[in-house]
Design a protein. Sequence first.
Length: 352
Amino acid sequence: MQQVLMRSTLQNQSFGGLAYIVLAAVVLALGDGLVKLLSEQISVWQLVVLRGLVAVPLLGVFMWRFARHGLRATHRFWVGVRSLLLVAMWILVYLALAGLALPTVSAALYTAPLIITLLCALEPGRRLALGEIGAVILGFIGVLVLLRPGTSAFSPMLWLPLAGAVLYALAALITATKCRDESPLVMSMGVQIAFLGVGLIALGVFAVVDMPTSWQQAAPFVARGWPAFAGMDLSVLAGLIVALAVIAVLASAAMGRAYQMAPAPLVAAGDYSYLVFSTLWGFLLFGHLPDQWGVVGMALIAMAGLYATRGGGNDHGNGDRASGRHRLGQDSRSRRARPRLLRRERLPNAPA
């Protein structure tokens, strides 16, 4: 009887964790859609500063209310490096969203687990298994189908989210090796503060440096500092900024809770529902749908990424319930198993 109850409890926790990660995928995809919507109205530097001014105090209240202990970074240097890598990654993604369809950017970014697998293969004494090699090759084919170099469908802007995937992979490895004992909320706050700092520095540069008019016309989302709010009602703009800040905090809570409740492989698989929701929001907000080759490329990347992120076993060793912290890859018993647990950690940290 006790075993039946225990099994039922684990199943309920797994279902709850999956529900949380799907919720996070829904709001994160919506957030990316809102960024794309705002890209024609304001600059990326305005966006990150205004959102940070709302998100930082909002996250601070959340931390004070739900995590009153362990609110200081243990490894400040590595938390800082990780935060800057994620900020750079998201800025590349935001720039790509200004010129590409939301599902296309999402699929390119979700190559990160494959890049993590390749980076782990550089570790001395580490060899990729045949299945891992197959996943990387499959993912590479998916990228080629998505990019379609040499055809009219190719856009140089696709390199932006792919470069962002590399930066994310580096940040994930730092998380797994240097920030394993950090609170997810602390790391999330680090990213938000880094966003705010980078945005303020950029605005300061634009205040003293006049960009050529041709640059501002060609890339208004990045080549302007603080343009006047002319194309959108201020109340609507303020509402969208607040929505983006709420999304950041809500996704932080949902993803952190997901990895506490359910096994990491299950949650990582649920994280790929983001590709579905990004397509949905892309259609609802902009009327964009990927063509048949785009769908094929996205499917190949998702299949390869799901294999690259899956871990061994269905235990709950991936989350430490006592501390409420996700210890990425800590339950791995071998070097060969470790890279599969280095999933795309869009945890409480990435929805910045």
